[in-house]
Design a protein around this ligand. Structure first.
Ligand code: FES
Ligand SMILES: [Fe+2]
Length: 326
């Protein structure tokens, strides 16, 4: 059973472009099956269940701004109320004939987000996504058979980059990690001045140093800002990494990069590159044992180069996370 620490967070359920006007989507968050559908400009997310005989509403269709159950054709409006029962067209429809749970939705950074809670946490936002100098290119989802905290921790794991991603975003000849600073922030923590040598940091073909900052927006939504050329480099690349925990052993990751350069890169090139990098991470993260991220720090070995992932575990412990951890 999910506790508040995971239950009241916002989770990405789809790219906005994935949700068509006539077809609902089936998604699962923390074991809860939901249907996501579009009624005109409004995006609805409900418990994926028709009150009549418990069929999944996501098997149905959308027409006239209503969702229509595939089994007996009951039609529900965007407020969740049933407005048509084909077997009894003249019946006064019982008020109980309505969606059994309606959740909050939000569109942001090219993604549809859902919150299962009555008391939602602050929505995770990044300044660059509302800055016209940045191009935002939402991508994903990337399916992975692993617990969300393991998946997020991999994004925050710095010393694997030159090894696992040798030749793309890292170089194994430059694997030594220099020190960096981590400070507390109200939303978690923020790490600065993480220096890497990269074979091709900006896609121009020439190698060089880059500086990263990493931050937390929510337990399973994190980001980095990459400064290219110098610590204050004018070229910046921001990447939000947001994970939807489907169950304790399955997650879906979305990557939303924003660039203030590389206008010539196509969305397809960007998404293919991220798929390639995630494809290198996937088998490694899926192999990790125990599957659930250990909160007992003595279960694994932590070195100085692991200080950010260690900090992430402490943060999860501090907020009483009990989903995907052991
Ligand atoms: S189960 Fe949905 S209309 Fe009967
Ligand atoms: Fe990686």
């Amino acid at each position: 059973m999910a506790t508040q620490s995971s239950h009241n967070q916002w989770y990405p359920v789809a790219l906005i472009s994935e949700l068509k006007s006539d077809k609902p989507l089936a998604r699962t968050i923390l074991g809860e099956d939901i249907v996501v559908w579009r009624s005109g400009h409004k995006i609805c997310a409900w418990k994926d269940l028709c009150i009549h005989r418990g069929v999944r509403l996501s098997l149905g269709t959308v027409c006239n701004n209503r969702i229509r159950c595939a089994y007996h054709g009951w039609e529900y409006n965007s407020k969740g109320q049933c407005e048509l029962i084909p077997a009894h067209p003249n019946l006064k429809i019982p008020t109980k004939a309505r969606a059994s749970a309606i959740y909050r939705t939000h569109e942001y950074a090219g993604l549809i987000w859902v919150n299962l809670s009555e008391e939602p946490k602050t929505f995770p936002k990044l300044d660059q996504f509302s800055d016209n100098n940045y191009r935002v290119v939402p991508g994903g989802p990337y399916e992975i058979d692993a617990a969300a905290p393991r998946v997020v921790e991999n994004f925050l794991d710095l010393s694997h980059v030159p090894i696992l991603h040798d030749g793309s975003i890292g170089d194994s000849n430059f694997a030594e990690m220099s020190d960096y600073t981590i400070e507390d922030r109200p939303e978690g923590f923020f790490a600065t001045d993480i220096r890497y040598y990269q074979p091709d940091p900006d896609g121009s073909g020439s190698s060089g140093d880059v500086w990263y900052d990493f931050g937390i927006l929510a337990p399973f939504t994190v980001y980095f800002v990459k400064h290219i050329g110098s610590r204050q480099g004018a070229e910046k690349f921001v990447l939000m990494f947001a994970v939807r925990p489907e169950s304790a052993d399955k997650s879906w990751a979305y990557m939303v990069p924003a660039y203030n350069y590389a206008a010539d890169l196509t969305e397809q090139q960007i998404n293919e590159f991220h798929s390639y990098i995630f494809g290198q991470d996937r088998p490694v993260v899926e192999s990790q044992r125990p599957e659930l991220l250990p909160m007992d720090l003595s279960k694994e070995l932590h070195l100085r180069s692991d200080q950010m992932t260690l900090r992430y575990r402490r943060y999860l412990k501090a907020i009483d996370m009990d989903f995907g951890v052991s």
